[in-house]
Design a protein around this ligand. Structure first.
Ligand SMILES: NC(=O)c1ccc[n+]([C@@H]2O[C@H](COP(=O)([O-])OP(=O)(O)OC[C@H]3O[C@@H](n4cnc5c(N)ncnc54)[C@H](OP(=O)(O)O)[C@@H]3O)[C@@H](O)[C@H]2O)c1
Length: 354
């Protein structure tokens, strides 16, 4: 394998010198001080994702630095002057690839795109068309119309794997905002006091929607080579006796947590956002607070605007600091604290993988 890699690199260097100003067949570039990356550049490369999805990274142990490796690989076949020329050419290729990487929009599928938070995420992605190509998955034609009815909105039920498969083809990232929704039992009269009772429709229990439906999405995304999944869940999952679990006797937080664990174990870079109580309020005007293990539930900071959750989802798609993390998320009351603008710093506060 190593011989093949070295041969491939040699071939790449040769083709680079021959065809740098045309379309290089292969190039070796330095991405960081810890890895050297070998790219195949298909002749029709115009999307950076085509480049990055085919990379092969050599770990540090094999590649103490790119220049060192470069020397050892080419010293038997190239003169110093041609090495210099190659180094210069490599730098130029690196610049070209970096430029492509920063300009290419990510194709992102939002499931539950007709839901209250899903709609906002979908809209934000559409508004940032220089950074994202937005896709949606909704359950009904009615939901599709509600969010504009455009072609990139797929209709499908997440309990049906086949219905998801077409929606995930070609996407870079997935934002999961589906959820089992409890229905209020008829006959509740608030004027008489008491509490309403809830139920789930047959086949739409949290086990089917929040566990199996989310598992289906994660499996489909993995099969399609998706590079990141953002999953919105809920705080409260550490407490089996949380009141939400008794709604409809359906253990909603238990099944959500099981799906979160499945995602964390999937190997796909993920961001799990466990939101506090959701509010339909304006976003961007409160200080966001992150936590872990439901500790925030012991404080006064337990709610958050759907618009803020949506913004955190979008930011998570762009920041390395968000990957492989699970965060509890809430906000200070409006007028206290400083509205959050630095999402990189927000994610950097989080150290918990689950
Ligand atoms: N409510 C809260 O206070 C709270 C607190 C913390 C966390 N959360 C979590 O935050 C997330 C977003 O909540 P939200 O209130 O914005 O969501 P929501 O409005 O209830 O939307 C849920 C979406 O899931 C879709 N869905 C349900 N079953 C489906 C199925 N079988 N196939 C495809 N789609 C399906 C629904 O589609 P339809 O439009 O067709 O019904 C709906 O669009 C949820 O995971 C929720 O549990 C909520």
């Amino acid at each position: 394998m190593r011989d093949r890699e070295i041969n491939a690199i040699r071939c790449g260097l040769v083709s680079l010198t021959l065809s740098l100003h045309q379309t290089p067949v292969m190039a070796i570039i330095t991405t960081t001080t810890t890895t050297t990356t070998l790219f195949h550049l298909p002749s029709n490369t115009h999307k950076s994702k085509a480049v990055s999805s085919s990379f092969l990274s050599l770990p540090r142990s094999q590649s103490p630095s790119s220049s060192l490796q470069f020397r050892s690989l080419v010293s038997d076949s190239t003169s110093i002057s041609s090495r210099r020329k190659l180094n210069g050419n490599l730098r130029r290729v690196s610049v070209i690839i970096s430029a492509a990487a920063t300009t290419e929009p990510l194709t992102v599928l939002v499931t539950g795109a007709g839901g209250r938070t899903g709609q906002i995420v979908y809209k934000k992605l559409k508004e940032r068309s220089d950074q994202f190509v937005a896709r949606g998955l909704v359950r009904t034609q009615e939901s599709k119309e509600k969010i504009g009815g455009e072609d990139e909105v797929f209709i499908g039920d997440i309990r049906d794997s086949e219905a998801i498969a077409s929606a995930v083809q070609g996407i870079d990232a997935l934002v999961i905002l589906t959820s089992a929704v409890p229905q209020m039992k008829p006959g509740f009269d608030p004027s008489k006091g008491g509490r309403p009772e809830f139920f789930f429709e047959d086949g739409s229990y949290p086990e089917q929607v929040d566990w199996l439906g989310q598992k289906n999405q994660i499996d489909a995304a993995k099969a399609a080579g998706v590079k990141q999944i953002v999953l919105v869940g809920s705080m409260g999952g550490t407490n089996i006796n949380h009141p939400l679990n008794s709604i409809g006797n359906a253990n909603i937080l238990v099944w959500k947590r099981k799906a979160e664990q499945y995602l964390a174990d999937s190997g796909i870079p993920y961001t799990i956002i466990r939101a506090g109580g959701l509010q339909d309020k304006e976003g961007g005007i409160r200080e966001l607070v992150v936590g872990k293990d439901d500790e925030l539930l012991e404080t006064e900071i337990r709610t958050i605007a759907r618009a803020d959750v949506a913004e955190v989802c979008v930011q998570a798609l762009q920041l390395e600091e968000a990957k492989f993390k699970a965060i509890d998320l809430a906000s200070k009351p409006e007028g206290t604290g400083t509205p959050t603008k630095d999402f990189k710093a927000l994610f950097a506060q989080v150290t918990t993988r689950f």
